[in-house]
Design a protein around this ligand. Structure first.
Ligand SMILES: Cc1cc2nc3c(=O)[nH]c(=O)nc-3n(C[C@H](O)[C@H](O)[C@H](O)COP(=O)(O)OP(=O)(O)OC[C@H]3O[C@@H](n4cnc5c(N)ncnc54)[C@H](O)[C@@H]3O)c2cc1C
Length: 377
């Protein structure tokens, strides 16, 4: 490892200080690396500041069973991550795994979701993923506040949630205590591979490091080719509504409704292909609110205190991209749309592997090479 005290040299430069970059940086520093994080700052599109805070497993991985396994592993390891953050940052991120529901508002919807769940679990290695399909009576028994339009629900004990603002703060705080050098307003404009590592440049100057990790969210699409990688990520808009605080009534997260530890109810989160548009749009918000009120009629009596929209970081098939450059070993790309859920994996599994120089077998399927398979007529 580099021992030079020059402040513009590190073992590893992480480009991007969102929840993904912050998690990787913490994992690297906990493994002993000298880490510099470069972040573009508030002008950037930042998915991490707009998220719904689920640590969500059910419904993940149809079409790529490895993603379901990777997600379940992170959900399991989240208990350890929460303990680390409590100890090393002094922050309780209010993680819990009480199991999550997806309430359905018509028989057709329940049938469609059940079929998708069966197909998901028929894939190799996923037979033992626990989940239940609940009819109305059982759903009402477990969630007494549901409205008359709820016909049933899917339930998985693997699902949970956190306080994502506290998570972000805790990752940063723990990283700082481990010596991570976080530099806001440091957009990386160019990366130059050299024999002894990489030079990263911006308007602020230049930094040298033996390794570079691209964790710049939507910015990865532009940066990856500079080091022989590919990250064809695009924005997927998500809108969220937050109500005033109310007494606790919802003790489980749902796919699109959750009550935070502070009492507000979050209603989310749409998926829209609208390019880089982040304007909150009335029609979509109205549909989300209407569904939420049909699911829990008591929500109609709460005031909305905030709405926002943010851009997810979406690969062509929706699965993560993890890869080390073949052309320029030491350069890695790490990108996904569920960085809260996968934070435990990023801190505890991926980062130590990046430092060791080889990605684990569990992530071999997440190479961007999957997008280069020729399509035959
Ligand atoms: C509406 C919505 C709901 C979500 N809900 C959930 C959820 O419930 N559960 C879950 O697990 N995940 C959820 N997510 C996703 C999660 O919050 C993460 O944001 C996502 O995984 C991507 O994180 P990221 O750090 O890669 O990207 P970002 O948060 O976009 O961070 C990228 C960072 O890179 C920086 N950057 C970009 N270009 C450069 C450059 N050239 N140089 C230096 N820095 C650069 C930016 O400043 C930014 O800070 C949600 C996201 C959205 C939008």
């Amino acid at each position: 490892m580099t021992t030079n005290a020059n402040r513009n040299e590190g073992d590893i430069v992480v480009i991007g200080g969102g929840v993904v970059g912050a998690a990787v940086a913490l994992g690297l520093a906990r493994s002993g690396a000298r880490v510099i994080v470069l972040d573009e700052g508030d002008v950037a599109f930042r998915a991490s500041r707009g998220n719904f805070a689920l640590v969500w497993v059910q419904s993940k991985g149809l079409g790529m069973p490895e993603y379901a396994l990777w997600t379940r592993r992170s959900a399991q390891d989240w208990h350890g991550l929460a303990a680390i953050l409590r100890e090393e940052a002094g922050i309780d991120v209010v993680h819990s795994q009480p199991g999550g529901f997806v309430p359905c508002l018509s028989e057709a919807e329940l049938e469609k979701r059940t079929t998708a769940m069966r197909r998901l679990h028929n894939q190799e290695g996923l037979a033992d993923f626990p989940y239940e399909v609940l009819g109305r009576t059982e759903t009402k028994r477990r969630l007494p506040d549901i409205g008359k339009d709820v016909v049933g629900a899917l339930y998985s004990p693997l699902d949970g949630h956190v306080n994502s603002l506290k998570l972000f703060r805790a990752l940063r705080e723990a990283s700082a205590r481990h010596g991570v050098d976080y530099r806001p307003n440091h957009a990386a404009e160019a990366i130059e591979p050299r024999d002894d590592g990489f030079r990263v440049r911006g308007a602020w100057g230049e930094i040298a490091a033996a390794k570079v990790v691209l964790a710049a969210g939507l910015g990865n699409a532009r940066l990856a080719p500079m080091v022989g990688l590919d990250a064809p990520v695009k924005p997927s808009k998500g809108q969220i509504i937050v109500t005033e605080k109310t007494a606790p009534f919802l003790h489980h997260p749902m796919g699109t409704i959750r009550q935070t530890d502070e009492g507000g109810v979050m209603i989310g989160d749409s998926q829209e292909d609208r390019g880089f548009d982040t304007i909150v749009g009335q029609p979509v918000i109205s549909v989300m609110a209407e569904r939420a009120v049909r699911t829990f009629p008591r929500l109609a009596g709460l005031n909305v205190v905030r709405t926002w929209s943010a851009l997810r970081v979406m690969s062509p098939d929706g699965f993560p991209i993890y890869e080390q450059s073949e052309k320029h070993p030491g350069a890695f790309v790490v990108t996904c749309h569920s960085g809260v859920t996968l934070a435990a994996n990023h801190v505890l599994t991926l980062a130590p592997a990046i430092l060791a120089g080889e990605l684990p077998a569990a992530v071999a399927s997440f190479s961007a090479r999957r997008f280069h398979v020729p399509v035959h007529a």
